[in-house]
Design a binder for this molecule. Structure first.
Ligand code: HEC
Ligand code: HEC
Length: 348
C-alpha cells in the first residue's frame, strides 16, 4: 500500500517539488532555531539592569527563567561537571567576588558583570557570548563527562523541565551555566551609592576619583565606568620584551605583532578582594599597581597610545599623596551586597 502511494507521489512532479520546498524550508527553520521547542510553564526571570549599565544582550534561544537560573546555579557549585572533584566555585568564591586568592600562576579572573563581555580570559583568546564561553569551559576546560549528568537521579528531569531535553548535551549545560552568569551583577559598591546620591565619598576618595577620571591618569579610558572595563584588548605597558609566551597576550591567538602584550582590560570592581594583580600576578597590592602606572610603564611598539601622555612621557608623576587618594578611590569599588547575596550562593 505504502509503496504504491510513494510511487504515485513521485509521479506527480508538482507535488514532489512542493514537498521538497517545504522540507527545505523546515530544515532551514529548524537549523536557524537550532533548538527544541521552548518548554511551557516556566517562570520568567526578570533580570534587573542597574541604572547606567548598558543593555544586556540575551540570545532568543536562552531566555531567562527561574528554573534555568536555578539549574545553572546548582551546576556552578556541583563537582559533577569536572573529573577531578572541582566545581566552578572551587576557584571562583563568592566571598572574594568569584575569584580566589592564589600564590602562583595566572590569577583567577572574577565572575562579575560577565553579561557585558564578549572577549574572555586575560589574553582574550575566548570570544563570543556567555553560551560560547560556557561551552568552552564545559567541553574543553573541564571536559565534562555528560553521561554522569544523564545518569544522575535529578538532573535529567531538571533539564527536561528547563530545556525540553530528553538527553542532556554539553550545549544544554552551557546554556544553563550562562543563565547563572547573567545574574552575577555587581552594582552596589560605595562608588555606586555615591553616584546614586545616597552616600558621599570622603575627601581622599573624591580626590582619587578625580585623578581616575582625569586625562592625566587616563585610567577611565580603559577601565570605563560603570563596568570599570571597556572589555577590549590593550597593552598597558607591563612589559617591554616578550621572550616569555605568558606575556604575549592576544598575539598568541592572532600572531599579529601589533597585538603583543594585548590583554583584555580586567574590571576594577571588587579589586580589594584580590591578592595578586595583572595576568601573571606580578603585583601583590593595589599600591604596587598604582606605583607601576605612576613610574613603571614600559615602552614597546604595541603599547597603547593612551599610555603616552601629551608631553610624550610614560610617567604619571603622581605625588605620594595623590597615589594614596587614587588607591582610596579604587577601594570604593568593593560590593559587599554582591559577595553576601544569598541568591548567588551555594544552593546545595
Ligand atoms: C582550577 C581553578 C578553576 C576552576 C575550577 C574554574 N576556573 Fe574559571 N578561571 C580560572 C582561571 C585561572 C581563569 C583565568 C584563565 C585565563 O585567563 O587564561 C579563569 C577564567 C574564567 C573565565 C573568564 C573570565 C573573564 O573575565 O574573561 C570564565 C568565564 C570562567 N573562568 C568560568 C569558569 C566556569 C564556568 C567554571 C566551572 C565550569 C570554572 N571557571 C572553573 C580558574 C578556574
Ligand atoms: C590603555 C588601557 C589602560 C589604561 C589607560 C589603564 N589600564 Fe589598568 N589595565 C589595563 C590592562 C590591559 C590590564 C591588564 C594587564 C595585564 O594583565 O598584563 C590592566 C590592569 C590593571 C589592574 C590590575 C587588575 C587585576 O585584576 O589584576 C589595575 C588595578 C589597574 N589596571 C588600574 C589602573 C589604573 C589605576 C589606571 C590609571 C592610572 C589604569 N589602570 C590605566 C588597561 C589599562
Amino acid at each position: 500500500m505504502r509503496k504504491i502511494n510513494k510511487s504515485k507521489r513521485i509521479q506527480n512532479p508538482a507535488f514532489g517539488i512542493s514537498v521538497l520546498i517545504i522540507l527545505a524550508l523546515l530544515t532551514l527553520i529548524i537549523s536557524c532555531k537550532n533548538d527544541k521547542p521552548e518548554p511551557e510553564g516556566l517562570t520568567p526571570y526578570s533580570i534587573s539592569i542597574p541604572k547606567g549599565f548598558p543593555k544586556m544582550e540575551i540570545p532568543d534561544n536562552n531566555q531567562p527563567y527561574e528554573e534555568r537560573v536555578a539549574l545553572g546555579r546548582r551546576l556552578y557549585y556541583d563537582p559533577i561537571l569536572s573529573n577531578n572533584g572541582l566545581s566552578c566555585s572551587s576557584c571562583h568564591w563568592q566571598k572574594k567576588g568569584f575569584t580566589i586568592p592564589t600564590t602562583q600562576g595566572m590569577p583567577v579572573l572574577p565572575h562579575v558583570n560577565m553579561a557585558w563581555k564578549d572577549i574572555y580570559m586575560w589574553d582574550g583568546r575566548e570570544q563570543g557570548n556567555l553560551e560560547d564561553v560556557m561551552l568552552f569551559e564545559v567541553e574543553e576546560f573541564f571536559g565534562t563527562d555528560i553521561s554522569k549528568l544523564n545518569k544522575h537521579p535529578e538532573y535529567p528531569e531538571l533539564f527536561a523541565e528547563a530545556y525540553n531535553s530528553n538527553t542532556i548535551t554539553s550545549h544544554d549545560v552551557a546554556k544553563a551555566l550562562a543563565q547563572f552568569f547573567r545574574i552575577l551583577i555587581s552594582a552596589d559598591s560605595k562608588y555606586d551609592r555615591v553616584m546614586a546620591g545616597t552616600e558621599s565619598f570622603s575627601d581622599k576618595e573624591l580626590k582619587g576619583y578625580r585623578i581616575f577620571s582625569s586625562e592625566k591618569s587616563s585610567c577611565y579610558h580603559c577601565h570605563m565606568p560603570p563596568l570599570f572595563t571597556d572589555s577590549q584588548l590593550h597593552n598597558n605597558g607591563v612589559d617591554s620584551t616578550f621572550e616569555n609566551p605568558e606575556n604575549w597576550g592576544y598575539f598568541s591567538t592572532s600572531r599579529d605583532s601589533g597585538q603583543l602584550s594585548h590583554m583584555r582590560t580586567p574590571t576594577l570592581r571588587n579589586l580589594s578582594l584580590r591578592n595578586r594583580f595583572m595576568h601573571d600576578g606580578r603585583y601583590a597590592s593595589i599600591e604596587e599597581v598604582v606605583d607601576f602606572y605612576n613610574k613603571g610603564v614600559n615602552h614597546s611598539p604595541s603599547l597603547d597610545p593612551v599610555m603616552v601622555k601629551s608631553n610624550g612621557e610614560l610617567r604619571l608623576g603622581l605625588t605620594p599623596e595623590e597615589t594614596e587618594q587614587l588607591v582610596a578611590f579604587l577601594k570604593t569599588l568593593t560590593d559587599s551586597t554582591f559577595i553576601t547575596n544569598k541568591s548567588l550562593s551555594n544552593p546545595n
